[in-house]
Design a protein around this ligand. Structure first.
Ligand SMILES: [Zn+2]
Length: 266
């Protein structure tokens, strides 16, 4: 990484060695299945730029090698590969922990009560950074099971581009705020009702915490089990397609719903 650091200081692009390492890691990640050569090229260049511009700071004396850095960066880059660098400008550092970590957190539950206390977390996104991630959970994330902590936290960062996370990120030109709000409110209310009635769902019930979590969890589903999201929440899928400028359902294989239900996961 020393050479890459020098290249960054000199304002040079990513080294062929770094792009090579990224391509090798990308080939091992099911969540990146089906990307075209051109998309893969754009993704690896964005991941390289993330590695050159953002610090990945190991916590608690963990050792972080280049392959680990590449796995973190590729997953953070996937949601933003068609959004441009601006989407990544509101944070500068990833704190990487060797295990789930304890953090002080203030949160609102689904009936509007505010809580504050210590929680064991696998990821956390702060307004204007840093991003905090547990390495073993990042490492396990790229399989197609609807669950991806790096995508979850970067979705929060995109949401926070215009203020604290609320499930309403700044939209692109041509997108309609009124349609976005209607679609998300409807889907969120429907999902909360199902959770309240104990309906088993392939979508993580954590999504019912608040609209910001519903957006982040739906983003995980969009990139990992897009056909299920498109089947059950077609309007949410359409809005996420417009927002991320991607159509993962067209490139990823179907994932059987029953493998994602809570009873199937022990
Ligand atoms: Zn979250």
């Amino acid at each position: 990484m020393l050479l890459d650091w020098i290249r960054r200081l000199c304002g040079l692009g990513a080294s062929p060695q770094l792009l090579d390492k990224l391509r090798r890691q990308a080939a091992m990640m099911p969540v990146l299945t089906g990307l075209s050569h051109e998309e893969l090229d754009r993704l690896t260049k964005l991941a390289a730029r993330l590695l050159m511009r953002k610090a990945i700071t190991p916590q608690e004396e963990m050792r972080v090698d280049d392959d680990m850095r590449c796995r973190v960066a590729l997953q953070l880059a996937l949601p933003g590969m068609n959004l441009g660098w601006k989407a990544y400008e509101n944070w500068r550092e990833v704190l990487l922990y060797p295990a789930p970590f304890v953090a002080r957190k203030r949160w609102q539950d689904n009936i509007g009560l505010t809580h504050e206390g210590e929680q064991v977390l696998i990821g956390q996104a702060h307004y204007q950074g840093p991003l905090v991630l547990s390495w073993p959970d990042v490492d396990e994330s790229p399989i197609l099971d609807g669950w991806n902590v790096a995508i979850h936290e970067i979705a929060h960062q995109f949401d926070m581009l215009d203020g604290p996370a609320n499930g309403a990120p700044p939209l692109h030109k041509g997108m309609d705020r009124a349609i976005w709000s209607r679609v998300w409110n409807q889907a969120y209310r429907q999902f909360c009702r199902e959770v309240d009635h104990g309906v088993e769902s392939w979508l993580d019930p954590y999504a019912s915490e608040n609209p910001a979590e519903f957006f982040a969890v739906s983003s995980e589903a969009f990139f990992e089990v897009p056909r299920l999201l498109r089947r059950d929440y077609p309007d949410v899928y359409r809005q996420l397609g417009l927002f991320y400028r991607q159509d993962p359902a067209a490139r990823l294989p179907p994932v059987p719903e029953e493998t994602l239900l809570p009873w199937a996961q022990g």
